[in-house]
Design a protein around this ligand. Structure first.
Ligand SMILES: Cc1ncc(COP(=O)(O)O)c(C=O)c1O
Length: 459
């Protein structure tokens, strides 16, 4: 029976026959000693952690932001004059473990920039790929328990590169002509997948390489029906593992069950779960120990790693294909060496400082018990309905000193406007208590701060 392994091998043979297979040739930048020896780690939070969740706005910016938000009926600007600017508590970032301000991450970036500057600048296939990038790829493959890894300029670029490479398989297998409908790739995509997946799919569709089937959010019955009706052989299912707007998890074990039934290629975007989920931070695949059942896993270093850049962990064969056909990988400058060095340090710290993962999950638990909302992850989506209600709630939170944004159409459907709140290991129980107290003044919560005075955290 034909399967993805034979299709990918055939696509690689075609590329090889046409001299189109590409590989990276790392530039060797001498680094001083083994970096992991110099990385300092700590057994609990320190003062620098606060810098990742405390921000300041200029008075002018604060006024402008408030100016974009409606005044409550009968309200006036007096309260604005009272609060104004100064420090705010950030509940809207993606630096889930607070690593962006860690001394080891700062030191790695500083040392690399001192030794090598911000170069070499160029795309990975030309001259932008170094031993730093190579080492980071090896660490990510190890973290995710996969054969290989390919770094991309961003997480957005990683999804675009993967999907353009995927689409190219259908053309490569019918060399010299356009694939018929049955010869295309059938992509099944969750309705709430990230914009980078949606854009990648739209592009491949326009090029007539793929047929697209959108299944209802996390609805495995709907996916099963679509799969069973589809006559195309080459099927792919792609989903966020932890959804960026709703904060819920994809039903990974059910997807794996369907994969066994239909033999599709399973791709997950683990951007928000990497380093946050799993004992060692391996993300959703580590929770279920199902790394072998997930064919391709994408992620980003711009969230829990606190740095920048995207990655794809997969087999060496898939890596060869993506680096030869993934346009956003091929035609974009790779990220600078200090970013690679800092990301490498962040991965090391995240592995050693396991208390950070415990801390963020304690904060999730604290929020759940104080608010009564059934949250299951550090991404909290409080749906308030109309655009006006969301903006009024956002205004109240802003005036209470919380940096939280209202999410509106087109990012979310009309009448499901929401406040999106993200938690971090750098938040304290007291931060969560104050947050819930402020929320309870503008939103009806199931529990209005029941045990707001007591920590549920054991940290
Ligand atoms: C699920 C998901 N995938 C990909 C990305 C893109 O990552 P990056 O910010 O590194 O481009 C994001 C960022 O918001 C995301 O939420």
């Amino acid at each position: 029976m034909e399967n993805w392994d034979s299709w990918i091998s055939a696509a690689l043979s075609t590329l090889s026959a046409r001299n189109l297979l590409r590989s990276t040739r790392p530039i060797n930048l001498p680094c001083s000693d083994d970096v992991s020896v110099e990385i300092e780690t700590f057994d609990g939070p320190r003062h620098w952690d606060r810098a990742s969740v405390e921000v300041e706005l200029e008075e002018e910016t604060f006024r402008q932001w408030l100016g974009d938000l409606p005044l409550p009926s009968g309200g006036n600007d007096r309260e604005v004059d009272e609060k104004l600017a100064g420090k705010m508590l950030l509940f809207s970032g993606n630096d889930y473990l607070g690593l962006s301000t860690h001394p080891a991450v700062r030191a790695a970036a500083a040392m690399a920039s001192k030794q090598h500057g911000m170069g070499p600048r160029g795309s990975a296939l030309i001259c932008g790929y170094t031993n730093y990038h190579c080492g980071l790829e090896a660490s990510l493959a190890e973290l995710k328990n996969k054969e290989d890894c390919l770094l991309c300029p961003t997480g957005f670029a990683a999804n675009m590169a993967l999907i353009s490479a995927l689409g190219s398989v259908s053309s490569l297998l019918v060399a010299g002509r356009k694939p018929s409908k049955e010869e295309r790739i059938a992509i099944f995509s969750d309705a709430l997948n990230h914009a980078s997946i949606i854009d990648g799919i739209r592009l491949a569709k326009q090029l007539r390489q793929v047929e697209v089937f959108i299944y209802k959010h996390c609805d495995m019955d709907h996916l099963n029906t679509l799969l069973s009706c589809c006559k195309i052989n080459k099927k792919v299912v792609i989903t966020d593992s932890l959804f960026s707007m709703d904060g819920d998890f994809a039903p990974v074990m059910e997807l794996i069950h369907l994969r066994r039934k239909y033999g599709f290629l399973l791709v997950i975007d683990d951007a928000h779960a990497t380093l946050v989920c799993g004992k060692n931070g391996g993300g959703v695949p580590e929770i279920y120990k199902c790394e072998n059942d997930i064919d391709i896993c994408l992620g980003t270093l711009s969230k829990a790693a606190g740095c920048h850049g995207g990655f794809i962990v997969c087999s060496t064969k898939w890596k060869q294909l993506i680096q030869s056909r993934g346009r956003s990988f091929i035609f974009s400058t790779s990220f600078p060496v200090p970013i690679a060095a800092a990301s490498h340090a962040a991965l090391f710290v995240a592995k050693v400082e396991k208390w950070r993962r415990r801390a963020i999950w304690h904060r999730v638990h604290d929020f759940r018990s104080l608010s009564g909302l059934p949250v299951t992850s550090p991404i909290i989506s409080i749906i308030v309905g109309s655009e006006e209600s969301a903006l009024l709630a956002s205004r109240h939170m802003l005036l209470s000193g919380f940096h939280i944004t209202a999410i509106r159409p087109p990012t979310v459907p009309p009448n499901s406007c929401r406040l999106r709140i993200t938690l971090s290991a750098a938040h304290t129980f007291d931060d969560i208590r104050k947050l819930v107290a402020a929320l309870s003044q503008c939103i009806k919560l199931p529990v209005v701060g029941g045990d707001i005075g007591q920590s549920t955290s054991k940290l």
